[in-house]
Design a protein around this ligand. Sequence first.
Ligand SMILES: Nc1ncnc2c1ncn2[C@@H]1O[C@H](COP(=O)(O)OP(=O)(O)OP(=O)(O)O)[C@@H](O)[C@H]1O
Ligand SMILES: [Mg+2]
Length: 320
Amino acid sequence: MILTVTLNPALDMTWHVDALTPGATHRAPTGSSRAGGKGVNVARVLHAQGHEVLALSTVGGANGAEFETELRASGIPHRLIRVSAATRRSLAIVDDTRGETTVLNERGTALAPVQVATLAATAARLGHTARAVALSGSLPPGFGPEQLGALVAELVGAGTPVVVDTSGAGLLAAARAGATALKPNSEELAEVTGERDPLVGARQLLTLGAQLVMVTLGRDGLLVLDRMHAPLHAGLPRTLHGNPTGAGDAAVAAITAVLATGIRLGGDSAESARAREDLARRGTAWSASAVLMPHAGELSPEHAVLEAEVTVQPIEEDLS
Ligand SMILES: Nc1ncnc2c1ncn2[C@@H]1O[C@H](COP(=O)(O)OP(=O)(O)OP(=O)(O)O)[C@@H](O)[C@H]1O
Ligand SMILES: [Mg+2]
């Protein structure tokens, strides 16, 4: 089983309007709501690709009840911890004329310390039985970076591969804790390292303790770095048009699926080298195919065709 952990879930609500005008009243068709949060998106991708997954999250209040109902209907195996704080909402308004989406993300209400402890302990217990764990998204108020770091260190120490996709202090804490893989996008990486060059920034995360870093570069593809081997750049020869929200989550799903096979990505064998290249190729194909889909957490069936189009090249760095 692959465990996905969504520490800060949200009920994703989407409305479509012909044209969004600030300050005006709009008539709109009935909106939709889905269980969301980055770990849930990762679980949706893996589940659809035939992997055995378990999505761990919290739920609270009436929004939490709606979250749970939708998750159950989607057929994704899940474990939900009841908390007193209401599940936050994320509101997306899609302007169908401009093809633009305006998003309002509630920050959410702080978790009580006892609920933080239950969440961390449950993630650790389930993680010990998992083939790989993905920890995705922001940290809820009350769940500190040091608690994320402790969870990552415990799981990695017990031999479970852990992929972390978060930002800010949580990203640095996960690197220091020796995360098996980190997946920042270029802005998240620049924000925590102060480096515009993603190769230099990713090296900082490796120096802190991360074992592998995949930096996603939007339409420019992605980089895969470890401590011992030449970095890889992977990309498609063309830009795709669609909805890039959740593309990074599809990349996280690809990393987690590869790690769940038990392969050591940092090894010196020909098998490890092939696995790093496969990871770069699959990460690019899955994330690019997510751009073609209307909702986060979905891959277009095109991903198999795209995989054949992806180019993977080692980057020769000037280390002098
Ligand atoms: N327009 C595009 N055309 C082709 N591929 C794309 C495009 N946008 C994104 N991708 C693919 O998706 C990957 C992830 O994109 P990006 O760097 O935007 O992730 P992200 O910001 O973490 O996304 P999110 O957090 O919303 O899931 C890229 O590395 C690339 O492979
Ligand atoms: Mg992201």
